[in-house]
Design a protein around this ligand. Sequence first.
Ligand SMILES: Cc1cc2nc3c(=O)[nH]c(=O)nc-3n(C[C@H](O)[C@H](O)[C@H](O)COP(=O)(O)OP(=O)(O)OC[C@H]3O[C@@H](n4cnc5c(N)ncnc54)[C@H](O)[C@@H]3O)c2cc1C
Length: 561
Amino acid sequence: MTIDATTHPLTAAAFARMDADEHIERILRMDAIWAGIRTRVATGQQMAVPQVWSELTPTHYAATARTSCWQGDLVYAGSGLGLLHAYEMARLGWRVLVFDRGEVGCVHREWNISRSELQVLVDGGGWTWAELDGVIMNEYQDGLVRFYRKNEAVTLHLPEVLNIALDAGALLALARQKLATLGVDIRDFKTLDAVHVSTDAQQPALVRVCGTDGTVQTYMARVIVDGMGTVSPLSLQRFAGRPYAGVCPTVGTVATGFVEGEAPELHDRRVGDILLTVSDAQRTQQYMWEGFPGRGDELTIYLFYYDTLIRGKPLGRPTPNLLDLFEDYFALLETYKPSNGAAHHHKPVYGYIPARHSLQRNEAPLLRAVLPIGDAAAQQSPLTFCGFGSHVRNLRRTTGMLDAVLRVNLEQSDALQLVSPFQINVSLNWVFSRFMQPWGEADADVNQLQHHFMAVLERYGTTFATRFFRDEMRWSDYHKMILGMFVAYLPIVGIAGRVLGWHTIQWIADYLRFTWAGALAAAGRMVGVTTLERMAADLPVRWRLRLLALVGEWRVMGWDR
Ligand SMILES: Cc1cc2nc3c(=O)[nH]c(=O)nc-3n(C[C@H](O)[C@H](O)[C@H](O)COP(=O)(O)OP(=O)(O)OC[C@H]3O[C@@H](n4cnc5c(N)ncnc54)[C@H](O)[C@@H]3O)c2cc1C
């Protein structure tokens, strides 16, 4: 497969130079899936989603179960973030199998995170800093957020946000080795074909997979963990073809050759760009840039924009897909980081990063015995879209809860819904993400508003802003930001009405829920969260699980102190 050099000349040339042909098919497939989802949501069409999950009668189930060649507790479908999860569950003593349609643990990603977030892995006991230091490519001193303004632009300095660049491939390769040491079954090149459960809910689930040579295998497990990413077939079925509401189409490259220096537009190996705009809206989108120094003089650069799926909202002008975005990336790169034409691109990075736009923990019931994680669950912040960060931060919480649910044999009940990285303070961010997309005719709208927002964050200090970008926003933080915006930029009232429209009602309802959650956490703090955890032990099992899930969420959000 090739890129059409007449429509995308810069991309065709750059991909040829990177010898990145293998990526083209993947990019075109992602674009086609995304275009389909977008059109169907906008036109309200029902999507004919393949029904990969189904219930079988006990007789039919028994016949299928007889073909199973592996039996255990957990089968992980997909081995990106799933691998880290699988490792924790295997350490807790559960029998685990991991399979992937590619090679298990082979990802094409660059992940940024902070040291204190990585500490969760070390605190869990499964990782040492020596191991993690081996996969850290760079750790820099400062991270910047800035929105373009002709004259004065506020620059937010966040030294402890996304300031560690990880070699994702090396991390997962290490995780794979560790899993093998624990005796976990690892199956490469197996594609999920079907998941069956019995109408008799006492029976484990069955997963049928196909190998590249057409061979079929069936595995039997108590829970199927769905780590198959943004367009997981199980997620598509669960959400009737509408797997998420917010998305960041993202492209970029790992590149070298940029002019180095301390001036803001130059490449400084000690500084990461967390979120930056260098111009007003282009091609109907406000383009954002990220730039994270890697090994040596390498820089991983992303160009992306925020997009939203609103049911029944007309599509309007077409939004750039990944291929279009790549063309703009190569055309505009010098406006972000100058190289005087010397930039050398080593590999492409790209994807549709998803997030949900809802305060509801579960917008659709789980498919019985299927637990979504990572991008399949899409519970990361709809503002920062840090799926890896969210997964790591919540890892002890989600693995601890899954362990608790398995121990009381409730995995085929609604108790499995409690095993979720949902954070109420993060989900409210869908409102902020709407202001990252142009809403009127003026190309400067997003930059102007965000400039004022950055000034508000700067006024409250680095710790405050760090909490916001690391998904630890408190109830009181939210009010400071909203009221701060009213004072700093009164036109926000009219803009909010225009941008949110009838979604203002959703925002009010969400705000009330957020406030209720804040009040509950305040009451919890008065009693003491460790006291609550002790008390949980004496409660009936379902109440115990609910209380533990709640306390777990408070801990991750920093609401326990
Ligand atoms: C360009 C880019 C940059 C990013 N940067 C950051 C960052 O700096 N920090 C951060 O926190 N997050 C970042 N993210 C988000 C983060 O990368 C994702 O949230 C995370 O990788 C999701 O992992 P996952 O395992 O859920 O899904 P994926 O990584 O998509 O993995 C899914 C796996 O499932 C397998 N699979 C799919 N379908 C099947 C099937 N039918 N059968 C079997 N296997 C299947 C695939 O082969 C794949 O291995 C970035 C994302 C992108 C696209």
